[in-house]
Design a protein around this ligand. Sequence first.
Ligand SMILES: [Zn+2]
Length: 112
Amino acid sequence: MEKSQLELLVALQDLDMMIEEISEVKRLGFSAEREEELRKAREELANKIKKPLLYSYEKLKKRYKRAIVPVGEDNTCLGCFIKLPTSLSSIGRTDAEVIYCEGCGRILYWLS
Ligand SMILES: [Zn+2]
């Protein structure tokens, strides 16, 4: 099955975190062999994401460390802990569109 834009974004964020860790390792003076591989994978993944979405992801990433945050069981944003309207959760679960938190503006994803 085709992955949704949100799933791609979550994967992109994971890759970005790994790349960041590698940069940290390199700063400490160790060699990092997988960096090239990860950067290539990141590029391929980014190409599959719609440009406006990728742009807002990059913007959020600069502001917060995590641009995408999960929604907790009690329907709160786990980034800023605001309570989200229940109507959002049914929209968010359809994967048809990407939902932004009203409190912090980050991209939300529902774990199940
Ligand atoms: Zn939030």
